[in-house]
Unconditional design. Structure first.
Length: 141
């Protein structure tokens, strides 16, 4: 991991910019993002599915980030995907942590417990090449 360096002529601007981490080599973080189209869009099914995700997919060793979202129905741009109800976002410290998660009993339990709830899913896996860290100011979440 290497911290970003100022671009020549940009030194003054860099003082107020957040830090950038550049990941290099084989041991870089892996992002695992997946999107579920549920068998129906009822609030009850969406809530039940989100709870299964939290229960079985979060808290794994080497998991640096875990979050679950629902599609922003009010955003209808030409490039917006609309074939999902629930999204899951994970970042693992490396491929080994991801492989351990993939083979874990709780991952298998999720597959069993959610059977029939989601006829379609799309998975995107990628290695991170950089992260921009938030600056020191406090932000409301």
């Amino acid at each position: 991991m290497v911290y970003g360096k100022p671009i020549k002529g940009d030194e003054k601007r860099v003082e107020s910019m957040p830090k950038t981490i550049h990941y290099k080599g084989e041991n870089r973080p892996l992002a695992h993002m997946f999107f579920f189209q549920l068998s129906d869009t009822s609030r009850e099914l969406v809530d039940d599915f989100i709870e299964l995700c939290r229960k079985y997919l979060s808290g794994h060793r080497g998991q640096q980030h875990f979050s679950v979202g629902v599609r922003a129905l009010e955003i209808n741009r030409d490039v917006s995907g609309t074939n999902f109800e629930v999204s899951v976002h994970m970042i693992f410290e490396n491929i080994t942590a991801f492989n351990d998660y993939s083979k874990s009993a709780s991952h298998e339990d999720f597959i069993t417990q959610s059977a029939g709830m989601s006829p379609e899913r799309i998975v995107y896996d990628s290695y991170l090449t950089l992260s921009v860290l938030p600056d020191d100011t406090e932000a409301e979440i």
